[in-house]
Design a protein around this ligand. Structure first.
Ligand code: THG
Length: 261
């Protein structure tokens, strides 16, 4: 599993404060803790900010790459903010995210090619969030075709079936899950599949249980990447157990004891 740590996001009040105060030590600490816990990449999202978001993204990239050496997931709805992050990034980057909308693809596919970056693509388009798995696959096909035209290898694409809160739209859970195998069948080499896991439990009690249950179900459908909270140890235990049960990681009979020791 490709684990993208979700915690450096201005949507969290403590991170918003650290951004406002340019508290590099607080951001570096969040970066180090997530990487120690098993993150392969870190999502960087300025959140709503009073400052210039491109300048904030540049500062986040510089601060995080001075602390850790992992892939950076540059998370913004604004291509100019993502481009600022790409310019500042010394190592590997993933763009988070394009959609199936032509305007977004036109802006972000060339950036992914130019900066040798991965590209997360939400399977939404100008019409909004698709109702079911089939509509998601239709948008995914458009994205895959546009990536091929642009010269982006399809194994640098991370298709996101869009996970919504079970508390608000219960019927969308199985639609997102069922979209996963249909995405995998679209092209060779296969795309990666990613979700923003914590979305599923927003507004619900016992979020940890909902997150780890949904994660293991999505992994069984073929999920191979996730934006999640690696500091949630029960979640990481469920992830590692699912990896063993799906034969993606070698079994050893003390693997959980070794990890939690
Ligand atoms: N797909 C992609 N990128 C994404 C998402 C996605 N990036 C953002 C988001 N969704 C994934 N990251 C988070 C981070 C935090 C939360 C949810 C998703 C979260 N935050 C608390 C809440 O809203 O209740 C905030 C709590 C606090 O303020 O302390 O749940 O789907 N490609």
């Amino acid at each position: 599993m490709f684990i993208i740590g979700e915690r450096i996001n201005g949507m969290f009040r403590s991170v918003a404060r650290a951004i406002r105060d340019r508290d590099a030590a607080a951001i570096a600490d969040l970066a180090r803790r997530q990487v120690s816990a098993g993150a392969n990449a870190l999502d960087l999202n300025t959140g709503p900010t009073g400052d210039d978001p491109a300048e904030v993204m540049t500062w986040l990239v510089q601060t995080v790459q001075d602390a850790v050496e992992v892939t950076l997931s540059l998370d913004s709805p604004r291509p100019a903010v993502i481009e600022a992050g790409l310019r500042a990034c010394r190592g590997r980057a993933v763009i988070n995210s394009t959609t199936g909308a032509a305007e977004k693809l036109d802006a972000l596919l060339p950036l992914a090619v130019q900066f040798n970056a991965g590209l997360i693509a939400l399977t939404i388009d100008e019409r909004g969030i698709p109702r079911n798995a089939e509509a998601r696959a239709e948008i995914a096909l458009t994205i895959v075709a546009r990536a091929m035209e642009a010269g982006l290898p399809t194994d640098r694409l991370y298709l996101d079936p869009i996970v919504l809160p079970v508390s608000a739209v219960q019927g969308q859970g199985p639609e997102a899950l069922n979209a996963i195998p249909s995405f995998l069948a679209l092209c060779e080499p296969m795309p990666h599949i990613v979700v923003g896991l914590s979305n599923v439990s927003q507004g619900a009690p016992n979020r940890g249980l909902i997150n780890r249950t949904f994660l293991t179900m999505a992994m069984a459908m073929g999920l191979d990447a996730a934006i999640l909270d690696p500091l949630d140890q029960e979640l990481m235990d469920a992830l590692r157990t699912a990896s063993v049960l799906l034969n993606r990681e070698i079994y050893c009979d003390n693997y959980l004891q070794v990890r939690t020791a």
